[in-house]
Design a protein around this ligand. Structure first.
Ligand code: KG4
Ligand code: ZN
Length: 375
């Protein structure tokens, strides 16, 4: 069974085709990073407009990359929420339209549930391909002439966490620009949130710290690279909530500590020294990693669960990946390849397979939901 997925919850327009819930045939992502980076964050109005301009191109590219005709598609899956309402709306309305015209059932999927499903996806036959494709956005004069497509197509073998087998129940650490939570995943559609952030998400903290250091957007990959060259013990930033007996996080105080440190020493002086910048990055990153993994470790012990997965954009972080594998063990830790950590539609198409026969398909009254609970 081939499912076409659509994901437009934030600033990535994505479409993918996945067979029988696991095998990725195509995975196309048009990133809007260039569009939002001058503003230091996602501008919702620009995001929804860009989704409208790209959605047809992206879905078309997903079919072409997979070498599949629309008649061969068995079902459509779309992200229902949570996310930016204007962005979600584009995907949901487009999904409804093709579901109606192609006469295929439509399955709405929770964005975070999608992320939690990524360690199950098989990229074994796929290879990452980046193409520059001219998008229709030229005509809209929004200063963006290229859409970047990351496409997974049938090709040689690529190593990924799908070579090992994750099993239920498992603890999932969801770390992205909008979420930091620990979820106990009992089975494909049964989730229990056991911990959440009280304030900023981990990715949000990365983006804000990079912004205050004048490093650009998105902050995660920039700080990750700088951190790899710095000393994680150079500055002792706090590990908020490290002594609390729950599984919650807090990153706002850590961000404020970095801000105070920068104020105290002066940004221009810090920026004159590459070593100083790398040490701040490494020390900040060490505090984030310690906080995330300490609570994950507590959860694994308390719930007596052996398998652990890290998903979401921050799971791309090289330091976090290395430390998690060291602490929890390579055979018990599941972190998808980076292309499946950031927002994508393969996770939406893959999870939808497990909804078929379990829940009825959606009708044309389906509405996107900015706030949508996982539990
Ligand atoms: O999952 P995602 O693509 O979108 C959301 O649903 O939010 O995550 C984006 C977030 C951004 O905050 C970005 O800075 C962060 O993931 N990120 C990273 C890295 N790559 C992306 N954070 C830390 N290290 C990275 N290498
Ligand atoms: Zn996401």
């Amino acid at each position: 069974m081939k499912i076409l997925g659509i994901e437009t919850s934030c600033d990535e327009t994505a479409s993918a085709i996945v067979e029988d819930g696991y095998e990725i045939y195509s995975n196309v992502i048009a990133s809007q990073v260039e569009l939002h980076s001058p503003y230091g964050g996602v501008v919702p109005e620009l995001a929804s407009r860009a989704h409208i301009q790209r959605i047809i191109i992206v879905v078309d590219e997903a079919l072409k990359s997979a070498n599949i005709d629309q008649n061969e598609i068995d079902a459509i899956a779309v992200t229902l929420g949570p996310g930016l309402i204007g962005s979600l709306l584009v995907g949901v309305e487009f999904g409804k339209t093709i579901s109606y015209t192609w006469k295929k059932p439509l399955y709405p999927i929770h964005h975070i549930a999608g992320h939690l499903y990524t360690p199950f996806l098989k990229t074994g036959k796929a290879v990452s391909k980046t193409e520059k494709v001219k998008s229709d956005s030229d005509s809209a004069n929004i200063g963006l002439t290229q859409a970047v497509f990351e496409s997974h197509i049938h090709a040689e073998k690529q190593k990924s966490s799908s070579d090992k087998n994750l099993h239920y129940p498992y603890i999932g650490l969801v770390v992205s620009g909008g979420h930091s939570s620990l979820i106990l995943v009992h089975e494909p559609n049964k989730y229990e949130t056991i911990g959440e952030t009280y304030d900023d998400a981990a990715g949000e903290a990365y983006d804000k710290v990079a912004k205050l250091l004048g490093l650009g957007y998105p902050g995660g990959p920039i700080l990750d690279k700088l951190a790899s060259e710095g000393n994680p013990n150079a500055i002792k930033f706090p590990r908020p909530l490290s002594k609390s007996n729950d599984f919650n996080f807090s990153f706002s105080g850590l961000k404020t500590s970095v801000m105070q440190y920068v104020k105290e020493h002066g940004l221009s002086k810090i920026c004159e020294s590459k070593n100083w910048l790398t040490d701040i990055s490494a020390s900040f990153q060490a505090a984030v990693i310690d906080s995330l993994l300490l609570k994950s470790l507590n959860a694994i012990k308390v719930y007596k669960i052996s398998h652990f997965a890290i998903v979401g954009g921050v799971a791309c972080n090289k330091g976090l990946r290395k430390e998690a594998l060291r602490i929890f063990g390579e055979d018990k830790t599941f972190i998808p390849s980076p292309i499946l950590c950031t927002d994508n539609a393969a996770m939406i198409a893959g999870l939808a397979f497990h909804h078929i026969g379990e829940v009825p398909p959606a009708d044309m009254k389906l509405n996107s939901q900015a706030d949508l609970s996982l539990n």
